[in-house]
Design a protein around this ligand. Sequence first.
Ligand code: GLA
Length: 406
Amino acid sequence: MNHSTSASLPTSSNLLTELRDRVDREFQAKFSRPATVIAAAPGRVNLIGEHIDYNDGFVLPMAIERYVVIAAAPAADASRPTATVYSTNLQETTQIPLGNSQAATLGNWGRYLEGVVAGFAEQGIQVPPFDAVIGSNVPHGGGLSSSAALEVATATLVESLTDHTLEPLQKALLCQQAEHRFAGVPCGIMDQFSSVFGQADHLMLIDCRSQQYDTVPFDADGISVLITNSNVKHELSGGEYAARRNECDQALRKLNQNTWRNVSLEDVQNASSSLSDIELRRARHVVTEIARTIQAAEAFRDSDWDAVGQLMYASHESLRDDFEVSCRELDQLVEIASELGTESGVLGSRMTGGGFGGCTVSLVRDHALPEVIQSLTSRYQSATGVTPSCFSSRPALGAHLIQPHA
Ligand code: GLA
């Protein structure tokens, strides 16, 4: 995937327009007629509140200016109940069954679409045959929710093709189910929720228990959100994610509670003799991360960047030591960022997303961005031998339809 490491970062609205034009043109070339509808849905970055969306916690993500875009039109040949979908990134075509699939029949990226279509079919909304072209500039496998963006873009397209608009929360939940049942990832609600509800210039403080959110204005104040892709992905991530969920559930049962929202750090400490060492540390992460996220939302509202920065570093340490979802490369990136420190314009940094590779998120003073990117890149490169990719993003608009060019 393309992302820039150079100091002159492409502006986001251009990125979306470029992608839209590319996908639109490709549709015309592939299917010899214009697309009638184009849907877009963004990836996300989480500022704080990691691995607690499936623990009734709070999370503080924003949608990013990186999108999955799908251009489509009703199928030329409507006799078969399939969608013919071409991926410009992978340069391959796949046929999506449009019946009521109970599980994935496709082994590739098509299963995300299959899962979403199945979710609509379960609600009695039958999707008509269609042709489509997909393009994405959400880095794949970087922990920025490229799969949620694909699901939510598909759902947005299907809403338009069927003339059935879902409630936004229902749409996020339908996409989460597609991820659970068709991709086998027992994820929380953060990614799909962010892709649906994202708002320009706002973070979202999502209460994952009530599934409601408050917006937290973040119109930057001279501060950029810098996303640094470690460009490593340790493959144990799938199984480890489910293992963390189980460990948390087990710890909660031993604490005799049915929601982490009723558990204090003191409760965890008092129960230390009945919890295994692993359960104790997982519990400590959940409880402290919930508290940090609430504090961070306040600190963002107050533009208290020192507090935000400290909370981000503390979150990283907790994910590294107690939750054990970081890795050497992510730790390196955060360490370099913290060494650069506020005097070089870095306010805070942490791993973001599921972990075991993927990205860090840092808050950096705008004027310092080019130098910070340069230092991070060269120091990370000499420590690990891997070249990272950096880009900055403002909080972006969630899923929406865009006009075909024609
Ligand atoms: C993945 C999941 C999310 C969330 C994060 C960790 O991105 O899809 O639901 O659990 O990991 O915060």
